[in-house]
Each structure stands twice: as C-alpha cells, then as structure tokens.
Design a protein around this ligand. Structure first.
Ligand SMILES: [Zn+2]
Length: 342
C-alpha cells in the first residue's frame, strides 16, 4: 500500500511517501481503507521523536482518520465490510478499572493509533474493532477526520468536565486550534458567553464568526486583565485551555474565585510556577483532560452529522503532500484542521 513512512526521527523531510506492506488484521481487528486523515500536533512530535511515547521505526504516523471497513479479522462481530467508520485513536483494553468505570479515554493499558501502532497516513490501517465509531450517513469522510478527535476532546473538557451552562462566561484559549475552535462552538451551542483568545487578529475574526462574543489577542494584550475586564471584574467561570506556559499561567490568574480551568495541552510551555495560596484561596479547580470516551465520540459525530457542530477545515491536501500539511502545523499558520485525502 501507499503510505507516509518515518524511517528516522527528524524534520519534515523525514515524512516519506512510498510503498509499505499492507497490514493483515488479527483476531478482533479490522482493516480499514482510509479516505481521509486528520493532521495533529502529536504527529509532529512523533516524527521528531519527542512525543514521550515509545515509537518503533519504520513507522506510519497519523492519529485520526475515517474510511470503510475493508476486511474483518477472526472473531469480529460488531461491524461489516463496507461500513463507514471513524477511528478512535486509543485502543482501550475494555478490562482495566478505568475502562470498567466508563473512562476508556484513560485506559491503563491503552495503545495509541499512529504512535504505538501504525496510523492513518496510509491507504489502509489495522485497528481493533473497539476503535471504530459508525459514521452518520450525512457526514463526509473529510468532515469526520476533521472533527473526531478535536470535537470529542473539546466535548469531554467543556461539557463532561467543565459542566458548561448558559449562565457561564467561558474563556477558550487558542481558538484557532482544532480543540479551541471545537470548544468555542460547543460552549456557544450550550448558550454560554464565550471569550475566545488567540495569538493573531486574523484568527480572532474567525473566532467571532464561530460565535465568540469577545476576543483577546494574547500576543498584544494581557490575557488575564482582558478576561477579567470582559467579565466585569469577575473572571471567567470556566477556562478551556490547551496552550500551557504563560497562557495557562495568565488563565489561572483570570479564572473567577471558585471557577474551573480544564487543560489538555502544553505546546506553549510544559512547566509553570503555581501560587498555592492563590489556588486554595480562590478555591480553584485545575482539571487535566485527555481524549474522550467512545460514547462521547459517537455523540459528537452525530451532532456534526446533524449540522449542530461544524468542522472547521483549514486545508484539504492529498496524502502525497503531507510535508506541506506538516509545515502549516509547525508554523501554527492555520485555523481549524488540516485534512489529508487518501
Ligand atoms: Zn482499559
């Protein structure tokens, strides 16, 4: 099959488009003929060898994708050849205490698609049948690949953990990112007053078009001061954060007394100083988050299929042009998602 292969860790030039052996599905697994793949920052880290996960080379990256079931391995009963499916990047075990508790997004034995197993930048991918989410008929493969990961991750943060409501002021950071643009729409869908932040005015114009009531450019304005000013001195009730570094630090300052900050990313800085007195005096809740449950993924895809949440696609490129997509990701020069068609 044709695929993007990493034979050595390094820069974007290490993404080679060529031929590799087509995987064969084992017990409980299926082979999926991919039609579209989402490009994510984790792909960049995997290529550079800084993801923090062990990666065996040669490797096919790509953590997000959609397509059709092409072949069933022994014992597969939950799907059929030709089914339109979107892929869950986490292969959860279904048996650990977190899986049994309905928290399969933090499975203790999880394997990650495109990291510990070959991923979606290919014609075919082998996944466990538990990694399949059936796609609504109205949803295109490109839309599924652009929404699956970021919308479900944002849903888990904003709704399940953040408890977003119509009477809340919600600050959404990095509103141009996949998770940010998704969280913005989800908070608006719930009737919240949304303040969007980003590092460029062009991104903020697009954030307003998605329903943000107010915007903050954290490259030129004080995020903390503006967020407090725009909430009439109170501070946001909820912050949906995925940047880290100074943006996270300023968001902790901004969040209201008794408020909550949910975070899922740290490309802007992995270490910050935390004022413990501020933490307990303000009764702050700092909540980490990663991914989403299988149920949330199915729910979010149905909302996208119904048109209630809209995929924000920056560019669609053929798989062969993966290096161009990787360059856009590296330069943060995008709003929404990059999608590769296969
Ligand atoms: Zn598990």
């Amino acid at each position: 099959m044709k695929a993007v292969v990493i034979r050595e860790h390094g820069g974007i030039e290490r993404l080679e488009y060529g031929d590799v052996e087509t995987p064969v599905p084992g017990p409980g697994e299926v082979l999926v003929r991919l039609r579209a793949a989402g490009v994510n920052h984790l792909d960049h880290d995997v290529r550079e060898g800084v993801s923090g996960f062990p990666v065996t080379l040669p490797h096919v990256p790509g953590i997000e994708g959609s397509g059709e079931v092409a072949e069933l391995g022994p014992g597969v009963s939950g799907t059929e050849v030709g089914a339109r499916v979107s892929l869950n990047l986490l292969k959860s075990c279904g048996q650990c205490r977190n899986c049994l508790g309905g928290l399969d997004n933090i499975c203790l034995n999880g394997e990650v698609l495109g990291v510990g197993m070959w991923g979606t930048f290919a014609e075919y991918v082998r996944v466990h049948e538990r990694q399949l989410t059936a796609m609504p008929d109205a949803l295109s493969f490109e839309a599924a690949a652009a929404t699956h990961l970021c919308f479900s991750t944002a849903w888990h943060m904003t709704v399940t953990l953040g408890g977003v409501r119509a009477d809340m002021d919600v600050l959404v950071n990095a509103a141009g990112s996949g998770v940010g643009s998704a969280a913005l729409q989800i908070a608006v869908l719930h009737g919240a007053n949304v303040i969007a932040s980003a590092g460029s005015d062009a991104k903020l114009v697009k954030a307003k078009a998605l329903g943000a009531a107010d915007v903050i450019n954290y490259s030129t304005q004080s995020l903390a001061e503006e967020a407090v000013r725009l909430t009439h001195g109170k501070g946001p009730d909820l912050v949906v954060e995925c940047v880290g570094g100074e943006v996270l630090r300023d968001s902790i300052t901004a969040v209201r007394s008794g408020g909550m900050l949910v975070t899922c990313g740290a490309h802007g800085g992995e270490q910050i100083e935390l004022d413990v007195i501020e933490l307990f005096r303000k009764h702050l809740r700092l909540q980490g988050s990663s991914l989403a449950t299988r149920l949330e993924m199915a729910h979010v895809l149905s909302l996208v299929g119904d048109g209630k949440l809209k995929p924000v696609i920056h560019t669609t490129l053929p798989l062969e042009e993966v290096q161009q997509a990787a360059t856009l990701i590296a330069n943060r020069n995008f709003f929404g998602k990059m999608v590769l068609t296969v």
